[in-house]
Design a protein around this ligand. Structure first.
Ligand SMILES: [Zn+2]
Length: 351
């Protein structure tokens, strides 16, 4: 039974993870509950496509994590619930047994309170709507016509409070809807499909994306990314879409600060522009991008950059109004300790 569920996890991770329009770098995560206490979930720092039956995931006692969220009293002002909930998750890792090797995804909380199969992607198609003011109404229309309900979650930083909000929203559903597969959209973040049926989780994820594409009139292939090695730990972006976007919009560092769209943009792109030795260099004259880092980190940044530009370009073409993250949320993500860990891990994996 457990082995079958693990195989399902690997299949879902491969299926979603190979598509860079669904997840970029180490973003997004998928989980499967193995029984009434154990859940396998992507480990922080891994790409979904790197997950095999042997590695790339952790198994947690999700019943204890869920129990924490069921009983916590969040009314104490100033208390560090973010830290406490991360500690609860780490304490409840049952595999691998070596301590401090892997961490579950920072989004382990909401996976724990949802159904057996949870697919969370950073789909560029869903994010066109999740990052524009017109998105909510449009998505509701598209999906209601097909008989789906959606749960729209206003932007909340990933972690404790986001899990509490998702839990609350699920608890207010009718008994009948609680049993059904669920579609959640997190504003300025991404998509979640939660289901007790393996096939439905994958099918609904595909269907939601196809319906959005159809309604927005998006045809043709999503651009492929291309990197060229130009030195030791030095890669040049050869992705035409990225080059064209930078050239036509005259993108400089200030552009990224002006339009913060979602957490992974800040983690993979913005933070790497401002380090003492920046990992991303944009040549103001030639409009070329050089990454001063390992191949796997350069690739993670390149994919994130492509998704970010693609979403901005679509929102602009569609005449929608861009909805950016607030300054407060942006500052919070920049100080994210667990994301520091995630970035380090990606670098290490490239060796
Ligand atoms: Zn996410």
């Amino acid at each position: 039974m457990k082995s079958k569920s693990l195989l399902e996890l690997v299949r879902m991770c491969q299926r979603i993870g190979k598509r860079i329009y669904y997840v970029q770098g180490g973003g997004g995560n998928i989980s499967v509950k193995l029984d009434s206490t154990l859940m396998a979930i992507k480990a922080s720092g891994f790409r979904l496509s790197q997950i095999t039956k042997q590695e790339g995931y952790v198994i947690v006692d999700y019943s204890k994590i869920k129990n924490y969220f069921d009983n916590v009293d969040p009314s104490t002002a100033g208390y560090d619930f973010e830290k406490e909930s991360v500690d609860v998750a780490i304490k409840n890792i049952v595999w691998p047994t070596e301590k401090n090797v892997l961490r579950p995804s920072v989004e382990v909380g909401f996976h724990s309170v949802l159904d057996k199969y949870v697919i969370h992607s950073h789909s560029v198609y869903a994010n066109i709507l999740a990052c524009s003011y017109e998105g909510k109404e449009m998505l509701q229309k598209i999906l209601n016509e097909e008989g789906f309900n959606i749960i729209w979650i206003p932007y909340i930083n990933p972690g404790f409070w986001l899990t509490l909000e998702i839990k609350k929203r699920i608890s207010t559903l009718d008994e009948k809807d609680k049993e059904k597969s669920k579609i959640l959209i997190m504003e300025n973040h991404g998509l979640i499909i939660s289901s007790n049926v393996y096939k439905e989780a994958l099918e609904i994820h595909e269907k939601v994306n196809n319906l959005i594409k159809k309604r927005l009139g998006i045809r043709g292939k999503y651009p492929a990314v291309k990197l060229e090695k130009v030195g030791e730990e030095k890669y040049k972006s050869r992705t035409k879409f990225i080059y064209d976007f930078i050239a036509s919009k005259n993108v400089t560092h200030a552009f990224f600060e002006k339009y913060p769209l979602y957490p992974d943009q800040l983690v993979y792109v913005n933070s790497n522009l401002y380090a003492d030795e920046p990992k991303i260099e944009i040549n103001a004259k030639s409009k070329e991008i050089i990454y001063n880092t390992t191949y796997s980190e350069a690739l993670a940044i390149e994919e994130t950059l492509l998704a970010y530009f693609y979403i901005l370009d679509q929102i602009n073409k569609l005449g929608f109004t861009l909805k950016t993250m607030t300054q407060e949320s942006t500052n919070y993500i920049k100080s994210w300790e667990s994301e520091e860990y995630r970035k380090k891990l990606i670098k290490e994996m490239a060796k």
